[in-house]
Ligand binder design. Sequence first.
Ligand code: SAJ
Length: 404
Amino acid sequence: MKSTEVVMIGLGYIGLPTAALIASGGTNVHGVDINQKVVDTINAGKIHIVEPSLDIAVAKSVKGGFLKAATVPVEANTYLIVVPTPFKGKNEPDISFVEAATRAILPLLKEGDLYIIESTSPIGTTEKMMNLIYEERPELKDKLYIAYCPERVLPGNVMHELVHNDRVIGGVDKRSTEKAIAFYKKHVQGELHATNARTAEMCKLVENSSRDVQIAFANELSLICDKADINVWELIALANKHPRVNILQPGCGVGGHCIAVDPYFIVSDYPMESKIIGTAREVNNYKSFWCAEKVQTEKLKFELAHGRKPSIALMGLAFKPNIDDLRESPAKYIAQKVLQNDNNGVYFIVEPNITEHNVFKLTDYKMAATEADIIVYLVAHDEFKTLELHKDKIILDFCGVLKN
Ligand code: SAJ
């Protein structure tokens, strides 16, 4: 049997697709996850997350014997760290999973091995891990290749983007950068851009912060336009006719596990300097709060006008259109807030991409749209765009479902 070439620590939204991609090319990959259920699912050739084409890649790699999962690592030549980096305390990044993963492979490392972090990480993490490795294994000092290479794939299109997106690769020294580039070259068709580890770490944070800032601009416009009685969707479409203007779309806030999170990794370390980045986070968070308040106000207006409480449909819970992912979802936050403030009201909660939820009782989207007096669009799912609504319905469109 061929020995393991790659160990992938973390088999989540990025780790599993990456492991499957590498294994489909005929490389022996040993995936590691702390969750035994995840390990069993993968070893059965199945997947635990929703991502188009991932099931086929995993089934093929497991069947061919190129992908195996376990709760502990084995010896390999390349180690990839793809574990979560959540928050602790007041929006401070927590790199303890990266550290634990690194400690887990420490005894297995040998001269010439390649160690790569892909997890979104605060600046300096790769150097920190290098120091940790060389403190514990001083005999390996400068004999390993250590690099950082962030993923930049869009959930829903991961299998395509993993292959075709450009990658930024930064080693702790030049030879590490070159070694890491040679590794990714085998699996990635996009261009591979060489830099140092700190720049690569910052690059990931900046990509998502840039998007957050741009969305904050759109959300700020939506608040101004609401007061100024201007249709923000029309305004943005018109402004974007300028050859050098490209405003993004407002929504009910920014969600997901990346854009709503990564900017804090910069703000937390450089609070005095990151004014725009920090304010953008506030604006996008405030937008969700504002939407929840708007629902309350509309409800009270209805009561005054009709002498009875309205029934309200909250349309969408996912963090963005046409996915089933509810992580850090502003729509979910708004639904929770609206319901908390009004426990006797009649609400229909809709999310066509999932069948059940442990907190919300879900209603079919067509039924909700027929029954409710007030329709609140929280997520611009495709299903909602073709709904025919009775002309008496009151509509709050926070995400541009009706913009065309
Ligand atoms: N959103 C808006 N208006 C827009 C675009 C998005 O309100 O015009 C909202 C979405 O509804 C959602 C949030 O922003 O709540 C984030 O969605 P997204 O589609 O912009 O991004 P994600 O979180 O799915 O993926 C991002 C991507 N980063 C960038 O586009 C810079 C992806 O390439 C990264 O790999 C991913 O974060 C990650 O893992 O970091």
